[in-house]
Write a protein that binds this ligand. Structure first.
Ligand SMILES: NC(=O)c1ccc[n+]([C@@H]2O[C@H](COP(=O)([O-])OP(=O)(O)OC[C@H]3O[C@@H](n4cnc5c(N)ncnc54)[C@H](O)[C@@H]3O)[C@@H](O)[C@H]2O)c1
Length: 346
């Protein structure tokens, strides 16, 4: 069961229309980037009838305070008040930053998410985490606030570049591994290109939403969503500094999930057959990132900066079995170095 604010449909226009019929916003701004303005806005423009369109440049490097200032300025110049609405039409960058701007503008105006990437449909638009990057730290400034509605429709995925689609698929894999063994069997029997996206999005949203509902502010069980992300984020941050080898979020998380699967085998008795099947499917789908010995040292150091690090022991979310996960498993730095070496072996 999904909460009232999340609506998944193969024709969201009807739902959007019903939402606007039942509300009385004085102004509606739609936040887009150049890609979602071109590919996604035409699919919903007629039903939203925006008062203003705010366009920002696409990309993680634009998820900054400077861009927020531009958004707040446009809202201010166009006299947006507490009864106005911001619609975030785009991927996780638009959703995280637009939500943050709305939640803080005049102490909060309503916002609606229309996620247009696989990653934002199955992950970023659910759960109320909003924010921006600051001084090179990801999601460093932010807050929790739920959108009034999330309208999800997989038709947006048709124009999404394949590399972006694959990146979002990493979070789908994660949801199966932490919470649903049967669904893991379904997806891991099928090549990435032949997946049933409407089914997958439904399933993933249900998994994430259930976990979030149990623990909205990540005091406990919500931490299982971090499977693959402790080492994955360190890999992502490390390669972020190297312009020639930029990684997408899901590509780094895929590598992180392989490393953390090795840790699960060693520290949580995840059976060897499961370790192998996870490693093989993720490698077939994403390939392997080339990581040198020097990279391994730097990535290991970056893991120590993780928010879940206490006195040099890093807390991981790991798998006991496929579909059964645990959190707060304390692991020492040298073990991280070892699994990165295993990942990097030829
Ligand atoms: N809030 C959360 O819980 C949460 C969870 C996971 C990730 N995130 C955040 O999400 C962000 C990544 O999101 P993302 O992967 O969606 O990246 P993104 O928002 O940068 O979008 C990826 C690219 O796809 C383009 N695009 C979007 N929709 C399109 C479409 N339908 N057709 C063609 N092009 C399209 C965008 O313009 C962009 O160039 C990161 O900032 C990450 O921190 C947040």
């Amino acid at each position: 069961m999904l909460p009232e604010e999340i609506e998944i449909s193969q024709n969201i226009s009807v739902n959007i229309q019903a939402f606007f019929n039942a509300s009385d916003y004085d102004k509606v701004a739609v936040l887009v980037d150049e890609n979602t303005r071109l590919h996604c806005l035409p699919l919903v423009h007629k039903v939203i009838k925006p008062t203003d369109i705010i366009e920002i440049e696409s990309g993680e490097e634009k998820k900054t305070l400077d861009t927020c200032v531009r958004i707040w300025r446009e809202l201010t110049d166009n006299h947006y008040e507490r009864k106005s609405l911001l619609v975030n039409l785009g991927g996780g960058v638009i959703g995280d930053m637009g939500g943050f701007c709305a939640a803080t503008y005049k102490r909060g105006i309503d916002f609606v998410n229309i996620p247009t990437t696989l990653l934002s449909q199955v992950d970023a638009s659910i759960g109320g985490k909003l924010g921006i990057d600051f001084l090179g730290f990801k999601n460093h400034i932010g807050t929790f606030e739920l959108p009034r509605k999330v309208f999800i429709d997989t038709k947006f995925l048709k124009t999404l570049p394949e590399r972006e689609l694959r990146s979002g698929f990493a979070e789908v894999i994660k949801h199966c591994l932490i919470a649903d063994k049967d669904y893991w069997k379904i997806i891991s029997d099928v090549d990435f290109k032949d997946q049933n996206w409407p089914d997958i999005v439904n399933h993933s949203v249900e998994v994430k939403n259930k976990v979030v509902e149990e623990d909205p502010f990540e005091k406990g069980r919500r931490k299982i969503l971090n499977f693959g992300h402790t080492i994955g984020h360190a890999i992502e941050s490390y390669f972020l500094q190297m312009d020639e080898q930029r990684l997408l979020h899901g590509e780094a998380i895929a590598a992180g999930m392989i490393c953390e699967t090795y840790l699960s085998g060693k520290f949580c008795n995840l059976p060897e057959s499961s370790v192998k099947s996870i490693e093989n499917y993720i490698t077939e789908t994403f390939g392997r990132i080339r990581i040198s010995l020097e990279d391994i040292e730097e990535i290991t150091k970056l893991c120590l900066q993780d928010k879940k690090n206490v006195k040099g022991i890093i807390n991981f979310s790991l798998l006991k079995e496929i579909g059964n996960s645990v959190f707060n498993v304390g692991i020492e730095q040298n073990e991280i170095r070892e699994v990165l070496q295993l990942y990097a072996r030829p």
